[in-house]
Design a protein around this ligand. Sequence first.
Ligand SMILES: [Zn+2]
Length: 322
Amino acid sequence: MLSEFDPARPGKAYYDLGPITGALDGVSGDVLCCINNGAGPSVLLLGGVHGDEYEAQVVLRRLAASIAPEAVTGRIIIAPSINFPASEKGRRLSPFDGQNMNRVFPGKTDGTPTERLAAFATRHLFTAVDLLIDVHAGGRDVSVVPHVFGFSTASSKVGSEALTRLMEAWGYRFIQHVDGIRETACGAAKEMDLASIEVEGGGGRMQGAELRIMEEGLLRGLAAFGVLKPTLPPASFAGVHVTAGPEGQYLASAPGLVEHLVGLGDEVSPETVVARIHPVAGADAQPRPVRSPVPGYVLRQTEHAFVMPGQLIGNVGTPLSR
Ligand SMILES: [Zn+2]
């Protein structure tokens, strides 16, 4: 592994995130893979911002190993586990500082380990590419239907029309439209006029089918961007554009055990009983029905059977008329 980072080095190179980022004062970390093959588009695949979002990390490590430089036109940089201190413990947050990496961007070069890793990504990786693809998953708390969302500015190399076409190329059923948060990786990219796509799907469960959906979406997206030779037939978009604000969340009104009556991706209306909360004590066995707050599609569900009042049970995305 190389310890001097050079994003333009021809061919495939592996770097050690420990010494090149200085995040843990030179202690060895996870790999960063950089593949260069001539002139062309450039992309960064970022995984493991949250250490418990396992699917993304497995898929990106597999892509780094399997993509041959000859299949690339331009540059692909892959960081399977950018928050490696958290990933190495199987946890969402770094054991060194407990910070949520997706709230510390653009990071600080003299900050905590999490801030230093974020700063390295912002300063050295974001500046080396035309597009950021930040791959997340539900983590241990929620399961998420596969979907993508993206951000660009009027000055981004990949403009908003091109970004929408790219997201449609993923072949997923849902494209979400959200207001970005500045302190996320995608938010910091937007501040630098770098276009980004955030990928979601799965939920810390490591289902083979969900890993496959994630990998195939990325392969289709990279091919549509022109940075990777196509290996799959292109998907024609037949999905839905949705918004997913707080009005679509359904929360527990009482402590109890959640029984989900709909599945991820199911279409629901305000008449639909999406879940029931069963009491955990007392002679009354009557569960409380939970109805969908809005018409739309189920995007997320809690992975926790036991909930307390106010805790998220799920959320529904509302179709956008376009
Ligand atoms: Zn995440």
